[in-house]
Design a protein around this ligand. Structure first.
Ligand SMILES: Nc1ncnc2c1ncn2[C@@H]1O[C@H](COP(=O)(O)OP(=O)(O)OP(=O)(O)O)[C@@H](O)[C@H]1O
Ligand code: SF4
Ligand SMILES: [Mg+2]
Length: 370
C-alpha cells in the first residue's frame, strides 16, 4: 500500500470540498460471482420475558442482495429497520436464522473457530463511534498494531513501521501514533479507526454510520478518504447511513430497508431520481430540494413493532397507495425500469406499474403536504 494524502505533511491532502461521487459501478465477475452474496437471510432475536410469552423480533427478514468487488452498496432506512443487524450478520457478529452469506469466497454462515478468525481478516467494520475499535486507554499505535501482532505475528518494530504507513495512508502524521484517542478530533479519530480496519488488507468493509456523528465538512473529508482507499485497493463497501444525500454520493447501488426487509434496490441514480417504492419516495421527499415540484410526503405513525409486523406488505400501515391485496400478501420483488428491484403490489396489481418508477402516481390515501 502506498502513502497518500498526509495531513499537514506537504503531501496532497484529501479534498475537504464536496464528497467524491462513486464512479462506474463494477459488475460481478461472471466466472467468480459477486464478492458479497446474501440470499434469503433472516436474523431473529428472542427475548425471554418473565410474565409474558417470549418476544421474538425478526430484525432481518428474507434479505437478498449482492455486492461486486470494488463496489459500494448503500443501505438506508429508518431507525430500527435492520441495517446494522444486516451488516453484523455479514461479518457473523450475530447468528443467522436462515439463508446463506458468502463474502470473499467464504461461506460465512458455516464458519466456526479458526476458519472464522482467518476469514474475519478479510472482513472489517467501521462504526459510528471510533471508540468501538480504538481503546481509549491505549495509544493509537497500540490499537492499530493489535491486529497486526495477533494475526500477522509481526515483531514490535515491524508492526510500528506498518502503523506509521497506515496512519499516513489515512491522511495523518505518523508522529501522532503515540497520542491517545482523546487527543484527536472526531474526524481524525474516525480516520484512525479506518486505519485499524484496513491494517490486515481486508477486501470487504461494513461502514455502519461511519460518518453520521461528524459535521458536514468532516463527513466529506472522511467520505473522500473512503472513496480513495476503495479505488486504490479495490475495496468493497456496505455503507450504512441515515443521511440519504451521503449514501447517494458514495454508493454505486442502494438498498432501502423497511421493517427488516429490503423493499427496493437499484443503481443510486435511478433510485434517487425515479424511486419505485412508496417508502423510498417518502424518504427522498424529506430531503430539501428546491427543484422538486411535488410536496413532502409525511410518513404518519412510527415503524410498526417488529415483534408484531403486519400481515402482507410491511409498509401498508403508512402507505398512501395501500390496496386490499397489500393486507393479504407480501409483495414479491419485480425488476424496475432503469435497474434494480422493488417489492410493491403496485408493480403487479391495481394501477399496474409493471416495473415503472412511481413518478406522478397520486396516492389514494392522503399522506402528503405541500
Ligand atoms: N441484540 C439485539 N437484541 C434484541 N433485539 C435487537 C438487537 N439488536 C437489534 N435488535 C432489534 O432489531 C431491530 C433492528 O435493529 P438495527 O439495530 O439493525 O436497526 P438499524 O436500522 O441499524 O437502526 P438505527 O438506524 O437506529 O441504527 C430493532 O427492532 C432492534 O430493536
Ligand atoms: S405493496 Fe401496497 S402497501 Fe406496500 S408499498 Fe406497495 S402499495 Fe403500498
Ligand atoms: Mg444501526
Amino acid at each position: 500500500m502506498s502513502v497518500k494524502g498526509v495531513e499537514g505533511s506537504g503531501a496532497k491532502a484529501p479534498s475537504s470540498g464536496a464528497p467524491a461521487e462513486a464512479s462506474g459501478a463494477p459488475v460481478p465477475d461472471s466466472t467468480t460471482g459477486p464478492l458479497v452474496d446474501v440470499r434469503d437471510v433472516s436474523v431473529v432475536f428472542r427475548k425471554k420475558r418473565t410474565l409474558a410469552a417470549a418476544r421474538q423480533v425478526r430484525a432481518v427478514n428474507d434479505v437478498t442482495f449482492h455486492i461486486a468487488e470494488g463496489e459500494t452498496f448503500g443501505l438506508v432506512g429508518e431507525s430500527g429497520s435492520g441495517k446494522s443487524t444486516t451488516g453484523r450478520a455479514l461479518l457473523k457478529l450475530v447468528p443467522t436464522e436462515s439463508g446463506s452469506i458468502k463474502v470473499a469466497g467464504h461461506d460465512v454462515t458455516n464458519l466456526r473457530g479458526g476458519s472464522l478468525r482467518r476469514a474475519r481478516r478479510s472482513m472489517q467494520m467501521v462504526f459510528q463511534d471510533p471508540y468501538s475499535s480504538l481503546d481509549p486507554s491505549s495509544t493509537v499505535a497500540a490499537s492499530i498494531a493489535e491486529p497486526l501482532v495477533v494475526h500477522e505475528r509481526l515483531s514490535a518494530k515491524e508492526a510500528r513501521s506498518r502503523v506509521n504507513d497506515l496512519i499516513e495512508m489515512v491522511g495523518l502524521r505518523a508522529s501522532y501514533a503515540e497520542r491517545y484517542p482523546y487527543e484527536f478530533s472526531g474526524g481524525q479519530r474516525q480516520r484512525l479507526a479506518i486505519a485499524r480496519a484496513i491494517a490486515l488488507n481486508p477486501r470487504f468493509i461494513v461502514c455502519d454510520e461511519a460518518v453520521s456523528a461528524l459535521d458536514v465538512s468532516t463527513q466529506n473529508q472522511v467520505i473522500n478518504l473512503l472513496e480513495r482507499l476503495r479505488a486504490e485497493f479495490r475495496l468493497t463497501y456496505l455503507f450504512i447511513a441515515h443521511d440519504l444525500a451521503i449514501v447517494r454520493h458514495i454508493s454505486h447501488r442502494v438498498g432501502v430497508m423497511y421493517l427488516g426487509r429490503i423493499v427496493e434496490t437499484g443503481p443510486a441514480e435511478r433510485v434517487y431520481t425515479a424511486p419505485a417504492h412508496p417508502y423510498t419516495q417518502a424518504l427522498l421527499s424529506a430531503i430539501p430540494d428546491p427543484r422538486r415540484r411535488s410536496g413532502r410526503i409525511v410518513l404518519e405513525g412510527d415503524l410498526p413493532d417488529p415483534a408484531r409486523p403486519p400481515v402482507g406488505c410491511p409498509f401498508q400501515t403508512r402507505c398512501g397507495f395501500v390496496m386490499d391485496i397489500c393486507k393479504q400478501r407480501v409483495p414479491e420483488h419485480t425488476a424496475v425500469e432503469g435497474g434494480g428491484e422493488v417489492a410493491c403490489h403496485l408493480q403487479t396489481t391495481g394501477p399496474t406499474l409493471a416495473g415503472s418508477p412511481l413518478n406522478d402516481l397520486v396516492p389514494t390515501r392522503a399522506t402528503s403536504t405541500p
